[in-house]
Design a protein around this ligand. Sequence first.
Ligand code: PLP
Length: 633
Amino acid sequence: AALYRIDGWGAPYFCVNSAGDIAVRPHGAATLPHQEIDLMKVVKKASDPKTSGGLGLRLPLLVRFPDVLKDRLESLNAAFDFAIQSNGYGSHYQGVYPVKCNQDRYLVEDVVEFGARFRFGLEAGSKAELLLAMSCLTRGSPDAFLICNGYKDDEFIALALIARSMDFNTVVVLEQEEELDTVVETSRRLGIRPVIGLRAKLRTKHSGHFGSTSGEKGKFGLTTMEILSVAQKLQRLDMLDCLQLLHFHIGSQIPSTSLLADGVSEAAQIYCELARLGAGMRVIDIGGGLGIDYDGSHSGGSDMSVGYTLDEYANAVVQSVMFACDRKHVRHPIICSESGRALVSHHSVLIFEAISSSAAKPEPLPSNLAYFLDELADDVRSDYNNLMAAAFRGEYEACALYADQLKRRCIEQFKDGLLGLEHLAAVDGLCDLVAKELGVSDPVKTYHVNLSLFTSMPDFWAIGQLFPIVPIHRLDQRPGVKGVLSDLTCDSDGKVDRFIGGQSTLPLHELAGGGSSSGGYYLGMFLGGAYQEALGGLHNLFGGPSVVRVAQSDGPHCFAVTLAVPGQSCADVLRAMQHEPEFMYATLKHRALECASASAAEEGDAAFCAALAQAFHSMPYLFCAAAAGESSE
Ligand code: PLP
């Protein structure tokens, strides 16, 4: 566990059990030992064929734990409740979940259900998100906020106002000054009085990757002049009471409470000023930014870690708002936050197999090396002789130098057509052997994994985000290999060679004859529950993974699979690119039958057509029923 810093980033949800497997603690710190869920058992249940009691799903597999989500939600609310009580704050906390983090239907439904007793609401940033938020919130608390952020057109604003008339507690947050005119006109046209918020562009800037949203040059929000102009306009229209919420967002992964307090204090001053100007202020919405400690260091020194706990975060917010309001004698507002990453990151684990591994193994030297040497040009042969002489004298530095020179010269001659493939292979083998003897050969192995980074870890590729990646079993054995991961896509970016803790390799176990019963080697990517699913693409037409929802249960296995959805099939991903799988199948089948009748190989017809149909139905990933094997490059 220490090798992978599991206690750092995983607590209180992930640990290693006595079988050496990753165990999930679904209720966080409150989990009892008999409630821990062995991830390998989940993989087995999901992937075993139906005939042996499994669900017959193929990997990669996304395992969702609604209990973990519930615990996160409760912990967030408990942290704010504690800060509010201990500071004697005069109002309450009422958060929203920004659905952009993960719009999965069941996840959003869970947030609404688990959050109902906290009046927890949703935030939408587009018309489609608003529709989903409205639909899910029909089962939520009537007080829950439905916050509408993002750029808006007439349709968006009309929908938000209609939602208000349907008794959703909708707030239209102005992202740009111009949106005010549309809100005023649409509300008059529909006869619905709006509740308006505005997003302030703060001067406080966070310096990490996600900080580009903040600061005076940030993309979003209203400047001080625009805020004032909105307030004056609303006053002229006798609608200043409609302005009730101040929103800001200084960026995701806020690294420290000092930066947070800075931003909240600045926003709280704006809030108080709007109250002084006569607006009907009730809510301060501090946006997202509550961070995740991806690398387990708790240092807050990079985008990968944050230097505070949930309690410290909530306390900094409450104290900053309270201090500003008390000084200006303004009533304490409801504190709303839009924490996405912190709410949903832990709730899912992506599991994938390593299908083979390869390392630069020295090629066996051809027995007729002497014959090849005869064919070499004089300069190459003298390199070879120098290399041998240096080896004989034990001069290792000279050996490395001559081997390098020999190889370079041979490659040049191969390019000029002067050397054959066999010569080049022999020289490669010789140089690998020398490197191995000198102890300078690259000990890093590449593990080929049944995954597309572009689909399942898009942030790793796009913004260098690191996620903890750990074998989910064999953790009672010391891993003997330094590995990097290479995915299935035909793309050189499709590899993971940076890991948490600044490591360029991951400690991994040997594949061949591995200790697991199925012979497979399974890795988990953790903390990827936010953003990755909606951002992932279809590069090489690898689609979404299979998904299971796993709830803690008191039965013999401690868990129950409450939903199982196979991953996208080849037909699904083709359809997403406007191909028509049914038509494609009919055309290809016709062609297969034509060719079969021409070749009189009629016996194969049915089998060919079945194979074609199966190809459309199966997932684009590799099917790894058999034990993982080891190959060498
Ligand atoms: N609110 C707004 C306006 C955002 O832009 C974002 C994301 O960047 C969030 C909330 C969620 O942020 P986080 O996931 O860091 O909590």
